[in-house]
Design a protein around this ligand. Sequence first.
Ligand code: ATP
Ligand code: MG
Length: 447
Amino acid sequence: MIKKFLKRVFSKSAKVKSVGNAQVIPFELHGVPREQISFGAKKVTDGLQAAGYQAYIVGGAVRDLLLDRIPKDFDVATDATPEEVKRVFRRSRIIGRRFRLVHVMFGEEVVEVSTFRSMIEAEDAETDEHGRLLRDNQFGDMEQDAARRDFTANALFYDPTTQEIHDYHRGYDDTRNHLLRMIGDPATRYREDPVRMLRAVRLSAKLGIKLDAATAAPIGKMKDLLDNVPEARLLDEVLKMLLSGHSVECIQHLRKMHLHHGLLPLLDVILEQPVGEKFVMLALRNTDERLSQEKPVSPAFLFAALLWHEVLAAWLQYQKQGERPIPAMHTAMDDVLAKQKKQLAIPHRHDAVMKEIWLMQIRFDQRSAQRPFRLLEQPRFRAGFDFLLLRCASGEVDQELGLWWDEFQDASAERRDEMLQPEGAGDKKRRRRKPRKKPAATNEPAA
Ligand code: ATP
Ligand code: MG
């Protein structure tokens, strides 16, 4: 409120200055005070400027502040080389081999500092046969650094000392107009780096701003270029989408632009099944909500949800062929993971957790004798149970099952005993568990 009021009072007299090819927007117009810059980022720009270098806050942070959002992190751009940055800050290290950056540490906060870079001139550019840039690590000046960035909103340079924003591509006006616009010719920029198509979708969904028409237009025609992007980078970007807190909007945008084909091929199949689609969308919405409440979310849980209906179909198929439920589940899980891995390299490190979550789903049906007690002791019971609730909400299984487990978890020993179901035909005979006794008190002093 105060910010808006101040903006109105001052904006009458404040003017945009032109300095070279940049427009310099004063605080009185944009209204972002230096107090909104993190402690560490402010220390970095102060330190570099005191040592005689240029230093600005750049990228997503400036954009987010202009849109009244809290930035995830603050990046700094400077004309100092990585070695020079390192000399200014004792607690810092150079990272990356090809694209060298400096991480400066302030307690918990890590500020990423990059040296201004230039785009390599077209004739010298090292590209693959489709025009994808393989190198862009030549140092340059601030103007060149702005030009190599993707969207105009991402190419704003904020100086915490003067509180001015330097803008070479009308990014300030675009941001104010809630428009995401590619710098330069969109088709050329997508050819240089096809991942920019996914960034366009993710950032417009996450920020709730519109993709400029010329920026959106080539995407439909150029989406096949994503096939040439290394898998690890694709996965990184897909994960950023799924964990952006706006995954539902991202998926809707992807579908609208037909970008989800080939990206998550199994998602195609899943989204066409009525039960499967509901389940996937519920899982995504659930993730978005958890993120908005700052609760942790696990990529493995999300991948398990995305692939669940594939696993389920394969599981039923193997059982029809005469396999027993548990071995059928193992074969189904291995099949689905192998198939998915060829198209979208989900790292192996998630396999174990995904399998645990899937396997638990069969065990939720077993509500007699010792079995529910053993399931409760599983270290990942909570994830398995959350997954079960999604299945209930999507209509795949009866709500009653979710309610039963909800009660059973916190019930007293007596109530649990009452809740247990009689042993069914499929269950092995086991003695009913006796209510647990409290451990006997001892008189030994605590160690
Ligand atoms: P987020 O809020 O998700 O962090 P971001 O815009 O900060 O969004 P980063 O991946 O952190 O995204 O990138 C930081 C900055 O680097 C961007 O704002 C942009 O200026 C530049 N950048 C990142 N990826 C590209 C790309 N593929 N092509 C050109 N510039 C890029
Ligand atoms: Mg960022």
